[in-house]
Design a protein around this ligand. Structure first.
Ligand SMILES: NC(=O)c1ccc[n+]([C@@H]2O[C@H](COP(=O)([O-])OP(=O)(O)OC[C@H]3O[C@@H](n4cnc5c(N)ncnc54)[C@H](OP(=O)(O)O)[C@@H]3O)[C@@H](O)[C@H]2O)c1
Length: 475
């Protein structure tokens, strides 16, 4: 047997340290050898929770299955890992004191018979690995990361359409992940409003933010689905601070009513995630007379964000608005009079891309206008993720690309990072993919004119008034 023992003191509460380590998926953020980790048993992290961790071992990768065998909040955690070549028992003790939390980490390795003769040769390497890992853990819990740099290699790839598009796949996610900093910030007492949380990216983000203990307000249009979602999130995470707001976001009257309800509650909003969306293959108008892609993807986030400004402004720490756009917008240029397509010329992907381009421009405009109000506004696009939305809107694309699509969790990663990471409120008005700032234009011809940018808010206001009147007449 080889025993490693390391200690560290970190400037966090024992509760936060315990919760971070107990979710052993975080091991990839701090362990010297872990490259992949997932939770393999359902439900909140507790005694009995299982994880699968893949560790680098020379030229190969070893799979270990871990189980939490002791779980004494916020004091003691014991995990047992079993692998082909060795078993390991990790005992982690947390003691809160005036300057933070003292962490004592002991790992006991039991090697299989074949490796026993090599133990003495392996021991120094293991000790050094243990030291690096606990230093990594201390760094993760210190949570003082810089904003990720925009890497020259990414900028070069973005100058060429094909390499730029390759980043949308799961391989882009894997490439990006290699450069990330740990994310240990707690979301306790942070109020997060997410639209479109019943499936796909929104659901993945809601689960991850519930795991980080955010108080969630989920905006959904179907009460029954919403109740089921709330139960699902609570069952998976053990977190129950979840409110539901019902609104069909393609109707300005419902967006306005939602804004009114949230303002009446007067609960400050720390994070607003404009995620709800769909790509409509067929032309249709809402009961308020607006073409529905435009209504849902541009008018709705514009009204919602403008309306919630009083709840976002003036907090001690910047509030964050996150607009979920799409790589599809790279094909289109903002031209206000082309945003609302007519039935004769309707093309679903174009209508979708134009609206997302509009939301990207609004992101930059809000970022400038609200810089002194303590609100940061950023956009992200998820690449291509295998969600119900993409399956139903683009069945052929889905069939062809299925093997390279990201999971919903991978697609949602930058939403979660922009909502949670401490360093993510130090930038505003940017577009992100895989936690990295990306160009909003892959093609120079899609850059809008200054006049179109100036026209956009007034154009939206005029259509908003018009649809309100039309909705009232129809009622
Ligand atoms: N998946 C991708 O590869 C990809 C790529 C680029 C951008 N995006 C963007 O990512 C966001 C999430 O998409 P997704 O792929 O996760 O799709 P999804 O699985 O279809 O989820 C869309 C969500 O939006 C909600 N929604 C749709 N219409 C609504 C309405 N009128 N009122 C209220 N909620 C409404 C849906 O609610 P219901 O359950 O009630 O339908 C659902 O919760 C969208 O903005 C999408 O444009 C996705």
């Amino acid at each position: 047997m080889i025993t490693l023992h390391e200690e560290a003191v970190v400037p966090r509460s024992a509760r936060e340290c315990f919760r971070y380590v107990a979710d052993f998926r975080t091991t990839v953020e701090w362990d010297a050898t872990a490259v992949l980790a997932c939770k393999t048993s359902p439900g909140p992290v507790a005694k009995g929770t299982e994880f699968e961790v893949h560790c680098k071992a020379g030229p190969t990768t070893l799979k270990l299955t871990y189980e939490i065998i002791e779980y004494e909040p916020w004091h003691c955690l014991v995990l047992r890992g079993r692998g082909r070549l060795f078993d390991v028992t990790d005992t982690i003790l947390f003691t809160e004191r005036d300057d933070g939390t003292h962490i004592s980490y002991t790992a006991e390795f039991q090697f299989s018979g074949a490796l026993s003769p090599l133990l003495s040769a392996m021991e120094p390497g293991l000790h050094s690995m243990g030291k690096t890992s606990v230093e990594g853990l201390a760094q993760a819990l210190t949570d003082a990361n810089p904003l990720p740099e925009s890497r020259p290699a990414t900028q070069r790839a973005d100058n060429w359409v094909v390499p730029g598009l390759a980043m949308f796949s799961k391989y882009g996610f894997r490439r990006g992940r290699r450069h990330w900093h740990p994310m240990s910030t707690s979301m306790k007492n942070k109020h997060v409003v997410i639209t479109g949380a019943t499936s796909g990216l929104g659901k993945a983000a809601a689960i991850a933010l519930a795991e980080a203990e955010a108080d969630l307000t989920l905006v959904i249009r179907d009460k029954k689905k919403g109740e089921q979602l709330r139960q699902d999130i609570a069952a998976e995470t053990g977190w129950e601070q979840i409110s539901l707001e019902i609104a069909d976001l393609s109707l300005v009257s419902e967006v306005d009513a939602l804004v009114e309800r949230l303002r009446a509650k007067d609960r400050p909003i720390d994070v607003l995630i404009n995620n709800a969306g769909a790509l409509f293959g067929e032309y249709d108008v809402t009961s308020e007379g607006l073409e529905r892609s435009f209504a849902l993807l541009l008018m709705s986030p514009w009204r919602l964000t403008e309306g919630l400004h009083p709840l976002l402004a003036g907090h001690e720490q910047p509030a964050r608005v996150i607009n979920v756009v799409s790589g599809g917008m790279y094909t289109e240029r903002l031209e206000c009079d082309q945003l609302v397509m007519t039935p004769e010329h309707y093309n679903g992907p174009k209508a979708y891309a134009r609206a997302k381009r509009g939301l990207t421009v609004l992101t930059e405009q809000w970022a400038d206008a609200w810089a002194t109000d303590g609100i940061v506004v950023n956009a992200m696009h998820p690449g291509w993720a295998d969600t119900p939305g993409i399956g139903s809107a683009l069945p052929t694309f889905h069939k062809i690309t299925r093997s390279i699509l990201r999971t919903p969790e991978e697609g949602a990663d930058s939403i979660i990072w922009l909502a949670r990471a401490r360093e993510a409120d130090t930038t505003t008005g940017k577009l992100f993919l895989d936690r990295e700032i990306r160009t909003p234009y892959l093609l120079e011809k899609t850059r809008e004119s200054k006049d179109e940018r100036i026209k956009l808010p007034a154009f939206l206001s005029a259509l908003y008034e018009q649809s309100k009147t039309e909705g009232q007449q129809a009622a």
